[in-house]
Write a protein that binds this ligand. Structure first.
Ligand code: FES
Ligand code: FES
Length: 158
């Protein structure tokens, strides 16, 4: 067993974990934040995307213990006080959500991009979500939703 101390969405968590525990399982099963989804568990689908040290990562590709002493942000961290983030509002407005399975990962990938590049172009957006699969929407409305946040000048969020 190994000791882990990590900050998730601004709150500190200390836990004794198996060294082989994946970050996605730590977030869902230990911290009980189930907004981060599990799809392939081999780094292909992006459903498990979170921000680690302010960068989007696939949390099935990171051991929880690697994050010791650092900061993680999950989809729950985007909407404290139950107020949707402009990106989430934009996904709803642009019909960019169908089954919703990919949505938390898509939103976190987009959030990571807009933090770094608030004026992201359509090509930047396509590149940023290129590791996130959606089986439902065909991507057009997802790109439109993210771009609408840029155009509205709300990239830095609420
Ligand atoms: S569950 Fe992590 S990339 Fe698919
Ligand atoms: S909305 Fe269903 S997988 Fe993307």
């Amino acid at each position: 067993m190994a000791n882990l101390a990590v900050t998730v969405n601004g709150r500190k968590y200390v836990a004794e974990i198996e060294p082989r525990l994946l970050l996605v399982h730590f977030l869902r099963d230990v911290v009980k934040l189930t907004g981060t989804h599990i799809g392939c568990v081999v780094g292909r689908c992006g459903a498990c995307t979170v921000l680690w040290k302010n960068k989007p990562v696939k949390s099935c590709m990171v051991l929880a213990i690697e994050t010791d002493g650092s900061e993680i942000m999950t989809i729950e961290g985007l909407s404290p006080n139950d107020r949707l983030h402009p990106l989430q509002e934009a996904f709803l407005a642009a019909d960019a959500v169908e089954c919703g399975y990919c949505t938390p990962g898509m939103v976190m990938a987009a959030y990571g991009l807009l933090q770094k590049n608030p004026a992201a172009s359509e090509d930047d957006i396509k590149r940023a979500i290129s590791g996130n699969l959606c089986r439902c929407t065909g991507y057009v409305n997802i790109v439109k939703a993210i771009r609408s946040v840029v155009v509205a000048g709300k990239s830095q969020g609420a």
